[in-house]
Design a protein around this ligand. Sequence first.
Ligand code: AFP
Length: 313
Amino acid sequence: MAPKSDQKSLSVFLEDTLADLEHDLAKVYEAIAKTSQQVSRQMPFRVGMTKKLNPFGEKQAELDVFSNDAFAKALLDTGRVGWVASEELQNPLGGFSQTADAISVAMDPIDGSSNITTNNPLGSIFGIWRGALPKKGRDLIAAAFVTYGPTLTSTLAASGKVNQYVEVRDGENSGRFVLAYENMKIPEKPEVYGFGGTRSDWIPAVEEFVASLEMRGLRLRYGGTFIGDYNQVLQRGGIFSYPAHKKTPDGKLRICYETAPISYLSEIAGGNSSNGYGSILDINPKALTQTSAFYVGSSPIIGELEAKIGSKR
Ligand code: AFP
């Protein structure tokens, strides 16, 4: 996928494209993009762990807490958000207007916390709905993710398009976000794969499927940050997964905070998602903490995966 590489063509700024978006959504996305810059700037100073636990019983990193508070405040300060739910919060925070059509956001403020001290890519993930949560992925009105990598990028799926913006760090437009990739599409021809957890714990159908990918010469890309690995699939085609394990058939990743937003974005980008049997977007989560086996990427390869797992049903 050819980026708008030279400065001259990097001329469309985030605020120019937000005008095309519905007003509430534009405000929410602007808050996400701006706050991601604060989070990025704080990374060198927030590398420790707190003594606090999140609702999943996982130790909270300083950056988890800082990012959670910064994004939640920025979203609620828009005055457009009725609810903010977060992987780091026991219960959603309430905003001004908790009407049935008020915007609600479910977020993973820092994806890949175990990579904070290793200077590997980190992410932030946002699912945007209307009304109280939890809700199906099919009811999403938009989704976004931030990548804290060699560059700071922000990717938005809205109005039937996936656009990626990169932060300008030099020159007259320093600090602004500029459109780098417009209307992104996941290549159908798979190049990379990344499966989480432990191979020996995967269900047999997954182990066989991954072996077939390796036979076909796909390259392994797995670094322990979902969003970092997912960007590889978005750009190059292939499959990312946190699969069903023998002891944990519902995998690890959370539907509302992680898999539904990225599945929504992937389906707009011409790809597909699955829990092994059907689209993640059709799962009706009973709780914000619900997890599911997760497979996402190029449409043909998700079809093959379902055929493999389904045939083992
Ligand atoms: P942390 O946020 O606790 O580091 O978990 C990261 C994550 O949710 C996702 O980003 C990774 O793909 C996956 O978990 C890594 O899990 P494994 O270490 O079990 O492969």
